[in-house]
Write a protein that binds this ligand. Structure first.
Ligand SMILES: CC(C)(COP(=O)(O)OP(=O)(O)OC[C@H]1O[C@@H](n2cnc3c(N)ncnc32)[C@H](O)[C@@H]1OP(=O)(O)O)[C@@H](O)C(=O)NCCC(=O)NCCS
Length: 200
């Protein structure tokens, strides 16, 4: 296994792995074309840290993408890639009109009710291990490499959001790596989430 920084040449593999690992999740249901634009935008943003784990055949078997500055990250990538997101948005308006409203309402992945959440931290946007390779330490490796690189750049806090319900194994996975529950909150329309955080 080898850990490498990801770039646009890995886009197709990232999207395929996302679709395998996040079946039934909201972002996956927006379709392959939306996912491609999303990850393309993340990969080219200067404030993103994108790491992948590759096997001996150079296949991507795990990835983690992180915003070095959580605050305003989603809005920034939309601004930077406005035409592409606008085109994707038009497609979604026709296929799943309510989804657009949900995307807009959830652009900030934090609670507006939690007054002391300044958003002044790095944020893990997505982490996945290929379903056939889970439980082998790949997720743990991705977290520790991400933390190491962020720390080297002077960052001190890494946060993430994850589902509140039916998600104990994933919450435990993060807790084993030193993350603690910061608070819980609801995203639109009614999805309860945890925000976890670690002092790296
Ligand atoms: C969550 C995920 C990234 C974990 O990756 P992974 O490569 O399977 O995790 P690791 O093998 O590195 O496990 C690290 C530790 O967490 C534990 N763990 C991981 N997944 C677990 C599970 N489903 N149930 C129980 N424990 C689990 C491991 O036992 C291990 O513990 P140890 O350090 O005591 O040995 C992976 O399960 C995944 O891709 N899930 C689908 C996508 C997802 O939900 N991502 C998170 C969204 S917030």
């Amino acid at each position: 296994m080898i850990v490498k920084n990801l770039d646009n040449t890995h886009l197709a593999q990232i999207v395929a792995l996302h679709e395998e690992a996040f079946k039934g999740f909201f972002l996956s249901e927006l379709g392959t074309s939306f996912l491609k634009q999303y990850y393309k935008a993340v990969l080219k943003n200067i404030n993103a840290l994108n790491l992948g784990v590759f096997d001996e055949k150079n296949q991507l078997i795990g990835f983690a993408v992180t915003a070095k500055k959580s605050l305003g990250f989603n809005k920034t990538i939309i601004k930077e890639n406005f035409f592409n997101f606008f085109t994707e948005g038009l497609k979604i308006i026709f296929s799943r009109p309510k989804a657009i409203y949900r995307i807009i309402k959830n652009l900030d992945k934090k609670s507006k009710d939690v007054k002391n959440d300044s958003g002044e931290y790095c944020e893990l946007l997505s982490i996945a291990t290929h379903p056939k390779k889970q439980g082998l330490g790949i997720g743990k490796l991705l977290l520790s490499e991400t933390e190491k690189q962020l720390k080297a750049e002077g960052f001190t806090l890494l946060a993430l959001t994850t589902d509140f319900f039916n998600n104990d194994p994933v919450v435990r996975f993060y807790e084993k790596s030193g993350y603690t529950i910061y608070y819980d909150f609801k995203t639109y329309p009614n999805r309860k989430m945890y925000k976890l955080i670690k002092n790296i």
